[in-house]
Design a protein around this ligand. Structure first.
Ligand SMILES: [Cu+2]
Length: 126
């Protein structure tokens, strides 16, 4: 075996490994508290956020209404992502939902849309 061949294989390996390490350090994960209500919201948010520039993945947990976004640091940032979520019609942490987008949501997807009749039952007396 000649040394040149080994050197070539070795440096190729280094490039692959450092490329992998770089790609890993290139991404960031954030969680955003949303005003999502149901499965439809989940689909809408994940689809919408998935199309955002720099977003690698967006997964909504409906149990705690938290959206986990993996994004490329050099392409976007949390501020832009919260704004994007607001533009889909949902609260994003302390960024309120874009009013126009919110009004376009189906009723069930609006805040409290899954309360049975919109009344507070907690102080009902029989
Ligand atoms: Cu919904």
């Amino acid at each position: 075996m000649n040394k040149k061949f080994f050197a070539a294989v070795f440096s190729a390996l280094i490039i692959v490994i450092s490329g992998y390490v770089f790609a890993q350090s290139d991404t960031e994960t954030i969680t955003i508290k949303t005003s999502s209500q149901c499965e439809m919201c989940k689909k809408r948010i994940e689809k919408g956020m998935g199309l955002e520039k720099g977003v690698k993945s967006a997964v909504l947990n409906l149990d705690n209404h938290t959206l986990t976004v993996v994004y490329k640091k050099d392409k976007t940032n949390p501020e832009v992502l919260r704004k994007a979520l607001s533009n889909i019609g949902y609260d994003a942490d302390d960024v309120a939902a874009n009013e126009k987008a919110y009004k376009k949501l189906p009723d069930c997807c609006k805040k409290g849309g899954h309360d049975h009749d919109g009344h507070d039952h907690s102080n009902h007396k029989h």
